[in-house]
Design a protein around this ligand. Sequence first.
Ligand SMILES: Nc1nc2c(c(=O)[nH]1)N[C@H]1C(S)=C(S)[C@@H](COP(=O)(O)O)O[C@H]1N2
Ligand SMILES: [Mo]
Length: 352
Amino acid sequence: MKLLGKLPVFKAPAHHTGVTSRVGTWLGITFGLCFVTGLLSHGVQHDWPWPTRPVDLYRVTQGIHVISGVASIPLLLAKLWSVYPKLFERPLIRNVPHALERGSIFVLIAASFFELVTGLFNAAQNYPWSFYFPTAHYAVAYVAIGALLVHIAVKIPVVRRTLEPASTEQTLLSRRAFLRTTALTTSVAVVATAGVTVPFLRNISVLAWRSPGELPVNRTAKDAKIVVPPDWRLQVGAKSYSLRELQAMPQTTVELPIACVEGWSQNATWTGVRVADLVGKGDIRVKSLEQEGLYRETMLPEAFAQDPLTLLALELDGEDLSPDHGYPCRLIAPNRPGVLQTKWVTSLEVLA
Ligand SMILES: Nc1nc2c(c(=O)[nH]1)N[C@H]1C(S)=C(S)[C@@H](COP(=O)(O)O)O[C@H]1N2
Ligand SMILES: [Mo]
């Protein structure tokens, strides 16, 4: 046994450090993309400066966030598989640097699993936990990326060495096979889900959690307990407008996507009154008829409020808004996350 163990040919190909390095490099890239786009998404939802153009920018960054997250799952599993024997190496701890390295790996694995699992459940609109997802997902992202940076710093010399060509033809081939399988699994995972946000993949994304065609609904009028009073009027500062009065104002039609933070996105045609025609200069507080719920009101920065594409929409795809899409009126603005496209709007208030 001892003798065989020394022969490289008999070493399981997947457990070779060359494989670990390569899969690790891919994983580093998908994790990096996921982290950066996640930070952006967090920023947009927390009043960081964010442009109104290109109109699809958030759609793209959030699409990359979810797709790179999905790709990371098979890559992480392949990576763990390739280092699996090492995780149980004895002695568990050799010295202080070794202890630190092992500790960071443990943190890295735990945090990565937490991020990928919570992210996946969130994308599937399923919240089987009691903590508030965005805060936990955001905080643990820093833990994961911190541990990853330590891990990369420690491993760079090994990665450099092992990315060089393999020693024998046979190990080379079997390692390639493992890498190819990993790449294939990752591609399948991506293609199977990316249709939620990439239009031309819609029809082949069998696992996409949103069906193609209709604009999806995240929170229905019933879930939000919306009751539109018969004498509903839109309140804008001291003024107010009935639905008929809004319909009688100059109407604008725009094509803009809803880009949900949960990853799906879809374009639609919206018709309504320009917000800039209703309010004066300044940031705007947009309130809805919803009594509770995190997205019942939002802040619309001045650059968005004054943008000619930003509407208080009365119609979706040429028909009156349905209750679920925000009847009597809803906000639609360019390059804004779905959570901030407030439905069932009841007042606009210019903030000083
Ligand atoms: N008042 C209110 N507006 C809301 C929400 C909400 O919960 N309450 N959900 C938002 C979310 S998360 C998304 S993705 C979009 C979806 O719009 P749609 O249902 O018309 O597709 O509405 C947004 N507007
Ligand atoms: Mo959303």
